[in-house]
Design a protein around this ligand. Structure first.
Ligand code: 3PG
Length: 307
Protein backbone atom coordinates (compact mmCIF):
# COMPACT_ATOMS: atom_id res chain seq x y z
CA UNK A 1 0.00 0.00 0.00
CA UNK A 2 1.19 3.53 -0.80
CA UNK A 3 2.51 5.11 2.39
CA UNK A 4 2.51 8.86 3.10
CA UNK A 5 4.56 10.18 6.02
CA UNK A 6 4.00 13.42 7.87
CA UNK A 7 7.38 14.27 9.44
CA UNK A 8 7.14 17.41 11.52
CA UNK A 9 9.53 18.48 14.21
CA UNK A 10 7.03 21.29 14.89
CA UNK A 11 3.67 19.47 14.70
CA UNK A 12 0.64 20.61 12.73
CA UNK A 13 -2.53 21.43 14.66
CA UNK A 14 -4.46 18.16 15.23
CA UNK A 15 -7.25 19.39 12.92
CA UNK A 16 -4.71 19.70 10.10
CA UNK A 17 -3.50 16.13 10.64
CA UNK A 18 -7.15 14.97 10.53
CA UNK A 19 -7.67 16.85 7.24
CA UNK A 20 -4.52 15.36 5.72
CA UNK A 21 -5.61 11.90 6.86
CA UNK A 22 -8.99 12.35 5.13
CA UNK A 23 -7.28 13.18 1.82
CA UNK A 24 -4.62 10.47 2.09
CA UNK A 25 -6.93 7.65 3.24
CA UNK A 26 -9.60 8.82 0.80
CA UNK A 27 -7.08 8.08 -1.96
CA UNK A 28 -6.60 4.57 -0.55
CA UNK A 29 -3.17 5.31 0.96
CA UNK A 30 -1.84 4.81 4.48
CA UNK A 31 -0.83 7.78 6.65
CA UNK A 32 2.08 7.54 9.10
CA UNK A 33 3.02 10.22 11.55
CA UNK A 34 6.37 11.27 13.02
CA UNK A 35 5.98 14.37 15.19
CA UNK A 36 8.25 16.26 17.56
CA UNK A 37 11.22 14.02 16.83
CA UNK A 38 14.50 15.06 18.34
CA UNK A 39 16.79 12.46 16.83
CA UNK A 40 17.72 12.42 13.15
CA UNK A 41 17.84 8.61 13.40
CA UNK A 42 14.06 8.60 13.97
CA UNK A 43 13.53 10.54 10.75
CA UNK A 44 15.90 8.27 8.80
CA UNK A 45 14.02 5.21 10.07
CA UNK A 46 10.60 6.71 9.35
CA UNK A 47 11.37 7.55 5.72
CA UNK A 48 12.74 4.09 4.87
CA UNK A 49 9.57 2.66 3.32
CA UNK A 50 7.42 5.67 2.43
CA UNK A 51 6.29 6.70 -1.07
CA UNK A 52 5.62 10.32 -0.20
CA UNK A 53 6.18 12.71 2.65
CA UNK A 54 5.01 16.05 3.96
CA UNK A 55 7.44 18.19 5.94
CA UNK A 56 7.67 21.74 7.30
CA UNK A 57 11.06 23.28 8.13
CA UNK A 58 12.36 19.76 8.69
CA UNK A 59 15.70 19.19 7.02
CA UNK A 60 15.41 16.90 4.02
CA UNK A 61 19.13 16.45 3.49
CA UNK A 62 20.80 14.16 0.96
CA UNK A 63 21.09 11.57 3.75
CA UNK A 64 17.32 11.68 4.33
CA UNK A 65 16.47 11.55 0.61
CA UNK A 66 18.84 8.65 0.03
CA UNK A 67 17.45 6.76 3.05
CA UNK A 68 13.96 7.07 1.54
CA UNK A 69 14.42 4.33 -1.04
CA UNK A 70 10.80 4.33 -2.27
CA UNK A 71 10.22 8.09 -2.12
CA UNK A 72 8.50 9.63 -5.15
CA UNK A 73 7.23 12.97 -3.82
CA UNK A 74 8.24 15.26 -0.99
CA UNK A 75 6.06 18.27 -0.20
CA UNK A 76 7.21 21.16 1.94
CA UNK A 77 3.93 22.34 3.50
CA UNK A 78 4.90 25.99 3.23
CA UNK A 79 6.68 28.43 1.00
CA UNK A 80 10.45 28.27 1.55
CA UNK A 81 12.11 25.05 0.39
CA UNK A 82 15.69 25.90 1.36
CA UNK A 83 15.50 22.95 3.79
CA UNK A 84 15.27 20.40 0.96
CA UNK A 85 18.34 19.15 -0.92
CA UNK A 86 16.86 19.63 -4.39
CA UNK A 87 19.85 18.16 -6.18
CA UNK A 88 19.56 14.97 -4.15
CA UNK A 89 15.84 14.84 -4.99
CA UNK A 90 16.50 15.20 -8.72
CA UNK A 91 19.30 12.64 -8.69
CA UNK A 92 17.06 10.16 -6.88
CA UNK A 93 14.01 10.73 -9.09
CA UNK A 94 12.05 12.48 -6.33
CA UNK A 95 9.61 15.31 -7.11
CA UNK A 96 9.95 18.16 -4.58
CA UNK A 97 7.08 20.61 -4.18
CA UNK A 98 6.01 23.49 -1.96
CA UNK A 99 2.54 24.87 -1.22
CA UNK A 100 2.90 28.59 -1.99
CA UNK A 101 0.43 31.00 -0.44
CA UNK A 102 -1.22 28.51 1.90
CA UNK A 103 0.30 29.80 5.15
CA UNK A 104 1.01 33.40 4.09
CA UNK A 105 -1.69 35.24 6.02
CA UNK A 106 -0.54 33.66 9.28
CA UNK A 107 3.00 34.91 8.73
CA UNK A 108 1.76 38.39 7.81
CA UNK A 109 -0.37 38.60 10.97
CA UNK A 110 2.65 37.71 13.11
CA UNK A 111 4.61 40.58 11.52
CA UNK A 112 2.10 42.96 13.10
CA UNK A 113 1.93 41.02 16.35
CA UNK A 114 5.67 41.50 16.75
CA UNK A 115 5.58 45.13 15.60
CA UNK A 116 2.87 46.06 18.09
CA UNK A 117 4.67 44.17 20.88
CA UNK A 118 7.84 46.17 20.19
CA UNK A 119 6.01 49.47 19.69
CA UNK A 120 4.25 48.99 23.06
CA UNK A 121 7.51 48.12 24.79
CA UNK A 122 6.62 44.52 25.49
CA UNK A 123 3.54 45.74 27.43
CA UNK A 124 5.77 46.87 30.28
CA UNK A 125 3.53 49.76 31.27
CA UNK A 126 5.59 52.61 29.83
CA UNK A 127 4.46 54.76 26.88
CA UNK A 128 5.07 53.24 23.47
CA UNK A 129 4.50 54.46 19.93
CA UNK A 130 1.82 53.91 17.28
CA UNK A 131 2.05 52.39 13.83
CA UNK A 132 -0.38 54.81 12.16
CA UNK A 133 1.37 57.21 9.79
CA UNK A 134 4.65 55.27 9.86
CA UNK A 135 6.24 53.97 6.67
CA UNK A 136 6.59 50.23 6.16
CA UNK A 137 8.77 48.75 3.44
CA UNK A 138 7.95 45.29 2.15
CA UNK A 139 11.14 43.63 0.99
CA UNK A 140 9.82 41.14 -1.60
CA UNK A 141 6.21 41.36 -2.61
CA UNK A 142 5.16 37.70 -2.77
CA UNK A 143 2.26 36.00 -1.04
CA UNK A 144 3.26 37.10 2.47
CA UNK A 145 4.31 40.58 1.34
CA UNK A 146 0.91 41.18 -0.23
CA UNK A 147 -0.89 40.31 3.02
CA UNK A 148 1.52 42.52 4.97
CA UNK A 149 0.60 45.42 2.68
CA UNK A 150 -3.10 44.78 3.15
CA UNK A 151 -2.86 44.68 6.94
CA UNK A 152 -0.49 47.69 7.07
CA UNK A 153 -3.11 49.79 5.28
CA UNK A 154 -5.58 48.83 8.00
CA UNK A 155 -3.13 50.21 10.56
CA UNK A 156 -2.97 53.48 8.62
CA UNK A 157 0.65 52.98 7.59
CA UNK A 158 2.23 54.24 4.37
CA UNK A 159 3.12 51.15 2.40
CA UNK A 160 6.17 50.75 0.14
CA UNK A 161 7.63 47.73 -1.59
CA UNK A 162 10.67 46.61 -3.51
CA UNK A 163 10.60 43.47 -5.63
CA UNK A 164 12.45 43.23 -8.92
CA UNK A 165 10.54 40.02 -9.77
CA UNK A 166 7.02 41.48 -9.57
CA UNK A 167 5.69 43.94 -12.16
CA UNK A 168 5.46 47.49 -10.81
CA UNK A 169 1.87 47.86 -11.97
CA UNK A 170 0.82 44.67 -10.15
CA UNK A 171 2.13 46.10 -6.88
CA UNK A 172 0.74 49.57 -7.54
CA UNK A 173 -2.68 48.07 -8.26
CA UNK A 174 -2.74 47.12 -4.54
CA UNK A 175 -2.22 50.77 -3.56
CA UNK A 176 1.41 50.11 -2.61
CA UNK A 177 4.18 52.51 -3.67
CA UNK A 178 7.03 50.84 -5.52
CA UNK A 179 10.61 51.90 -4.89
CA UNK A 180 13.27 51.30 -7.50
CA UNK A 181 16.09 49.98 -5.36
CA UNK A 182 16.54 48.07 -2.16
CA UNK A 183 18.63 50.97 -0.80
CA UNK A 184 15.72 53.34 -1.37
CA UNK A 185 13.37 50.99 0.48
CA UNK A 186 15.60 50.95 3.55
CA UNK A 187 16.31 54.71 3.50
CA UNK A 188 12.60 55.53 3.16
CA UNK A 189 10.94 53.27 5.68
CA UNK A 190 10.63 53.25 9.48
CA UNK A 191 9.87 49.53 9.38
CA UNK A 192 11.18 47.01 6.85
CA UNK A 193 9.56 43.59 6.73
CA UNK A 194 11.64 40.85 5.11
CA UNK A 195 10.04 38.34 2.78
CA UNK A 196 12.96 37.18 0.67
CA UNK A 197 13.86 33.49 0.40
CA UNK A 198 17.23 32.15 1.57
CA UNK A 199 19.35 31.30 -1.46
CA UNK A 200 22.86 31.91 -2.77
CA UNK A 201 21.96 35.44 -3.83
CA UNK A 202 20.19 36.54 -0.64
CA UNK A 203 22.25 34.90 2.13
CA UNK A 204 23.98 37.56 4.28
CA UNK A 205 22.57 40.26 2.00
CA UNK A 206 20.95 42.28 4.80
CA UNK A 207 24.11 43.91 6.04
CA UNK A 208 25.43 46.90 7.97
CA UNK A 209 25.42 49.30 5.00
CA UNK A 210 21.85 48.51 4.02
CA UNK A 211 20.46 48.63 7.57
CA UNK A 212 22.35 51.81 8.34
CA UNK A 213 20.29 53.55 5.67
CA UNK A 214 17.16 53.23 7.79
CA UNK A 215 15.91 56.42 9.41
CA UNK A 216 16.25 57.04 13.17
CA UNK A 217 14.20 54.51 15.12
CA UNK A 218 14.33 52.00 12.25
CA UNK A 219 12.94 48.52 12.86
CA UNK A 220 13.80 45.40 10.88
CA UNK A 221 11.18 42.66 11.06
CA UNK A 222 12.28 39.19 9.98
CA UNK A 223 9.71 36.47 9.46
CA UNK A 224 11.69 35.07 6.52
CA UNK A 225 14.98 33.28 7.23
CA UNK A 226 17.90 33.94 9.60
CA UNK A 227 20.40 33.15 6.83
CA UNK A 228 19.61 36.37 4.92
CA UNK A 229 21.00 38.47 7.78
CA UNK A 230 24.71 39.27 7.99
CA UNK A 231 24.77 38.80 11.76
CA UNK A 232 28.19 40.42 12.27
CA UNK A 233 26.88 43.50 10.43
CA UNK A 234 23.69 43.47 12.47
CA UNK A 235 25.60 43.42 15.76
CA UNK A 236 27.90 46.19 14.53
CA UNK A 237 24.88 48.29 13.58
CA UNK A 238 23.00 47.71 16.84
CA UNK A 239 26.16 48.67 18.73
CA UNK A 240 26.53 51.85 16.69
CA UNK A 241 22.83 52.80 16.62
CA UNK A 242 20.98 52.64 19.92
CA UNK A 243 17.80 53.66 18.09
CA UNK A 244 17.67 50.57 15.87
CA UNK A 245 15.56 47.50 16.66
CA UNK A 246 15.55 43.97 15.25
CA UNK A 247 12.62 41.64 15.80
CA UNK A 248 12.64 38.16 14.39
CA UNK A 249 10.57 35.01 14.16
CA UNK A 250 13.77 33.04 13.68
CA UNK A 251 16.37 33.02 16.42
CA UNK A 252 19.68 34.29 15.06
CA UNK A 253 22.82 32.23 15.65
CA UNK A 254 24.13 35.19 17.69
CA UNK A 255 21.10 35.23 20.01
CA UNK A 256 23.07 34.58 23.20
CA UNK A 257 25.45 37.41 22.38
CA UNK A 258 22.76 39.99 21.73
CA UNK A 259 19.72 39.03 23.80
CA UNK A 260 20.71 40.77 27.03
CA UNK A 261 22.86 43.41 25.35
CA UNK A 262 20.09 44.82 23.17
CA UNK A 263 17.18 44.25 25.53
CA UNK A 264 14.09 46.26 24.54
CA UNK A 265 15.13 46.53 20.90
CA UNK A 266 15.75 42.90 20.05
CA UNK A 267 13.61 39.86 20.52
CA UNK A 268 12.81 36.61 18.78
CA UNK A 269 9.95 34.14 19.14
CA UNK A 270 10.89 30.96 21.06
CA UNK A 271 10.15 28.74 18.05
CA UNK A 272 9.42 29.91 14.50
CA UNK A 273 5.74 30.78 14.91
CA UNK A 274 4.78 32.63 11.69
CA UNK A 275 2.95 29.78 10.04
CA UNK A 276 1.85 28.15 13.29
CA UNK A 277 -1.91 28.64 13.16
CA UNK A 278 -4.62 26.03 12.71
CA UNK A 279 -5.76 27.74 9.51
CA UNK A 280 -2.30 27.82 7.95
CA UNK A 281 -1.61 24.22 9.01
CA UNK A 282 -4.90 23.05 7.53
CA UNK A 283 -4.48 25.00 4.29
CA UNK A 284 -0.87 23.95 3.71
CA UNK A 285 -1.47 20.38 4.93
CA UNK A 286 -4.49 19.74 2.71
CA UNK A 287 -2.74 21.35 -0.27
CA UNK A 288 0.30 19.14 0.32
CA UNK A 289 -1.81 15.97 0.62
CA UNK A 290 -3.77 16.79 -2.55
CA UNK A 291 -0.55 17.54 -4.43
CA UNK A 292 0.85 14.14 -3.41
CA UNK A 293 -2.28 12.27 -4.50
CA UNK A 294 -2.47 14.17 -7.81
CA UNK A 295 1.20 13.61 -8.47
CA UNK A 296 1.11 9.87 -7.77
CA UNK A 297 -2.24 9.20 -9.46
CA UNK A 298 -2.13 11.68 -12.37
CA UNK A 299 1.50 12.73 -12.72
CA UNK A 300 0.55 16.32 -11.85
CA UNK A 301 3.76 18.21 -11.06
CA UNK A 302 2.33 21.69 -10.48
CA UNK A 303 4.37 23.38 -7.74
CA UNK A 304 7.42 21.22 -8.47
CA UNK A 305 10.51 23.14 -7.34
CA UNK A 306 13.33 20.83 -8.48
CA UNK A 307 14.37 20.17 -12.07
C1 3PG B 1 7.46 28.83 5.16
O1 3PG B 1 8.49 28.87 4.47
O2 3PG B 1 6.37 28.45 4.71
C2 3PG B 1 7.49 29.32 6.57
O3 3PG B 1 8.77 29.67 6.95
C3 3PG B 1 6.84 28.39 7.58
O4 3PG B 1 7.68 27.43 8.14
P1 3PG B 1 7.14 26.31 9.16
O5 3PG B 1 6.20 25.43 8.43
O6 3PG B 1 8.36 25.59 9.60
O7 3PG B 1 6.46 27.01 10.29
Amino acid sequence: MTKVLIATDKPFAPAAVDSIRTVVEGAGYELVLLESYTDKADLLAAVADVDAMIIRSDKATREVIEAAKKLKVIVRAGAGYDNIDLEACTENGVVAMNTPGQNSNAVAELVFGMMVFLARKGFNGSAGVELRGKKIGIHAYGNVGRYVGEIAKGFGMEVYAFDPFVAKKTIEADGVKVLDSVEELYSTCNYVSLHIPANDKTKNSINFDLLNKMPKGGVLVNTARKEVIDEAGLIQLMDARKDFAYISDIAPDCKEEIEAKFQGRFFFTPKKMGAQTAEANINAGIAGANQIVNCIKNGDETYRVNK
